[in-house]
Design a protein around this ligand. Structure first.
Ligand code: AKG
Ligand code: FE2
Length: 304
């Protein structure tokens, strides 16, 4: 069954956007956003297709060792309990460059870029794309904070301008998923951070779990999908849902997706908002939550 998600038009008023966001977040936490120029999203997609078309050797020379870089096929298993093999995808993770004097904990290291000879213009374009995704997701966070009864400057740059946000473009291999056999493009999971902004090539595959049923998400073309992550669920004391989702590649074709994960600064403490009732969660530092999730889903969870 298909799920239609509401559209937030960033050209509309703050109040109007907040109304749509609130309604979607209280139901399942997925909505689409309009207002990012097509040539930018399709440009990012073209660059990422060229990246994943590099030779195995070239990609593996950029293999991730501390958070950023290339993660080969099967290198992540998002739902170890229900998967019989790793996700049938490869990833290239890029984050904001950390400066030596930023004083942040070293959870993620520096980026690993292909050379300009390998992929002309790639680094410049993707860096700009990261900045645009960051600005857009911070703006959405301001709207979200307001929709939860907080001042509009509560969730702004002071919270999110750190090193943990991350663009993680994905190539799903042309391999048919088989949910009965525990084979998925990406296993069921919820996202970990504040929000995720996702652009896809339009191939179906993304499914979300609503009232015990897996529904296919159909995003209107020319939009990005935005969904709520675990930290916002904690902040909002479960008012807003960090819904489980997965990728089932039922056609067995290549599929490309470019998610941007907006996370707070490493040492930012996630504590229930004063507008959201008696806390159901203990306070937790952003970097501690992320480290525990990497531990649960990274290469060590592949061993089984
Ligand atoms: O590829 C998609 O549509 C979703 C990817 C996703 O959920 C993730 O990377 O967290
Ligand atoms: Fe996800």
């Amino acid at each position: 069954m298909e799920l239609e998600i509401p559209i937030v038009d960033l050209d509309q008023s703050f109040e109007e956007c907040a109304k749509v966001v609130k309604h979607a977040c209280e139901r399942h936490g997925f909505f689409a956003i309009k207002g990012i120029p097509e040539e930018i999203t399709s440009g990012a997609l073209d660059h990422m297709k060229r990246f994943f078309a590099l030779s195995e050797e070239e990609k593996r020379s950029l293999t991730v060792d501390d958070g950023h870089g290339y993660i080969p096929y099967g290198g992540q298993k998002l739902d170890p309990k229900h998967q019989t093999k790793g996700d049938t995808k490869e990833i290239f993770a890029v984050g904001p460059e950390k400066t030596a004097d930023s004083g942040e904990a070293l959870l993620f290291g520096s980026n690993k870029w292909p050379t300009d000879e390998q992929l002309p213009g790639f680094r410049k374009f993707i860096e700009e794309y990261c900045k645009l995704m960051h600005e857009t997701s911070v703006r959405l966070s301001e709207i979200i904070g307001y929709s939860l009864g907080m001042p509009t400057d509560y969730f702004n740059h002071k919270v999110f301008d750190g090193s943990l946000s991350c663009l993680r473009p994905i190539h799903y291999f042309p391999e048919k998923s088989d949910p009965e056999q525990g084979i998925f493009g990406a296993g069921a999971h919820s996202d970990w951070g504040m929000i995720t902004l996702l652009y896809t090539d339009g191939q179906p595959g993304l499914q979300i779990l609503v009232d015990g049923q897996w529904l296919d998400v159909k995003e209107p073309r020319g939009t990005l999908i935005c969904n709520i992550g675990d930290m916002l669920e904690r902040w909002s004391n479960n008012k807003y849902k960090s819904t489980r989702h997965r990728v089932a590649n039922m056609k067995g074709v290549d599929r490309f997706a470019i998610p941007y994960f907006l996370n707070p600064k490493p040492n930012w403490v996630i504590a229930t908002l004063p507008t959201c009732g008696t806390p159901k969660y203990r306070d937790i530092k952003c970097e501690d939550y992320i480290a525990s999730m990497i531990e649960a889903t990274g290469p060590d969870s592949i061993a089984s």
